[in-house]
Design a protein around this ligand. Structure first.
Ligand code: HSE
Length: 332
């Protein structure tokens, strides 16, 4: 059985969720996929934080160079969050011939070309399924099974935290601050939830989606974006009285060479398919010119759903390594 050694950057919320997913399902992955995934090194300062996983202290390091200079590590999984040092670390790892997996939408959206160029230059795999839609395999679907299509439209709910807040405010009359705290406690929110509630997190995800489906880069800061911080209890009540709900929607349309995109809170009639997407769930509509309308639905945030996407990427890389299809500089 092929053993795949993982160097993990960050054991915070998503790092712990990914590790826990491996603890839960490592045996199943061995039996069904035929890969033995092992976390052999972890870059993390906070060694003593209480976590619901069993990690040997000996695998922690404070020195990132130790991870990419370790010839036995096959895949570096970046779960630090934030643009830097995460981007530099991922590029350094790729320059050392490591395949890279990340859940970091801020880094991927800000440095898409630099990261994909580093992967191409070093002939390594770079995967970031967990960066968009948490556990929903949207990037995989768009770039594999649906890659015969030209896309005209993407639209959806791309942030679990804000959807959770809006759902709790509407259905349970919870004040904004309490709903946000619950979202943070459940591990949905970013380290600084401003990125969630101001819509920046959605802008990062929409930017990544547009790069993949339209083949065009629209930087997150160039997407007209309004978050949910101006939504009041009166707005929620008013929408309810009109038979509607308020959702934070991301939309992008391509007409010829023109792309129109925006992110804004939107009133939806209760009968609209997106109106019933509650709590941390996300839903993404795409329209391809051959396949026509598709909708993807699932948990868009949370340690285990995100861990599922992270490990799915590691497994794809592991399969390629096992077949000899993933070129690794360390083996030349
Ligand atoms: N903070 C993000 C969200 C995490 O709430 O959707 C998943 O990307």
């Amino acid at each position: 059985m092929k053993q795949i050694n993982i160097g993990l950057l960050g054991l915070g919320n998503i790092g712990t969720g990914s590790y826990k997913t491996l603890e839960m399902n490592g045996g199943h992955i061995r039996d069904v996929v035929g890969l033995d995934l092992i976390v052999t090194r972890i870059l993390e300062k906070d060694v003593d934080r209480k976590r619901d996983i069993t990690v040997s202290r000996g695998i922690f390091t404070q020195d990132p160079d130790e991870i990419w200079n370790d010839p036995d590590i096959d895949v570096v999984v970046e779960l630090l969050g934030g643009i830097e040092p995460a981007t530099s670390f991922m590029i350094a790892a790729m320059n050392r011939g490591k395949h890279v997996v990340t859940a970091n939408k801020a880094a991927v959206a800000a440095n898409y070309e630099a990261l994909t160029d580093a992967a191409a230059r070093n002939r390594v795999m770079f995967r970031f399924e967990a960066a968009v839609g948490g556990g929903i395999p949207i990037l995989n679907a768009l770039t594999t099974a649906l890659s015969a299509n030209e896309y005209e439209e993407i639209m959806g709910i791309l942030n679990g935290t804000t959807n959770y807040i809006l759902t709790k405010m509407s259905e349970e009359d919870l004040p904004y601050a309490d709903a946000l705290r619950e979202a943070q406690e459940n591990g949905f929110a970013e380290a600084d939830p401003t990125a969630d509630v101001e819509g920046e997190d959605v802008a990062n995800k929409l930017s990544i989606l547009m790069s993949l489906v339209f083949g065009k880069r629209v930087r997150p800061e160039d997407i007209p974006t309004e978050g949910i911080t101006k939504i009041t209890k009166a707005d929620i009540e008013g929408a309810k009285a009109d038979g509607c709900v308020i959702k934070l929607l991301a939309s992008a349309f391509k007409r010829g060479d023109e792309i129109t995109c925006f992110i804004q809170p939107t009133m939806l009639n209760r009968s609209h398919p997106l109106a019933s997407v509650g709590n941390e769930f996300n839903a993404i509509f795409v329209k391809g010119n051959a396949v026509d309308d598709l909708m993807f639905y699932g948990k868009g945030a949370g340690p285990l759903p995100t861990g599922s996407a992270v490990l799915g990427d590691v497994i794809e890389i592991g399969r390629a390594i096992a077949k000899g299809a993933a070129f690794d500089l360390n083996e030349t």
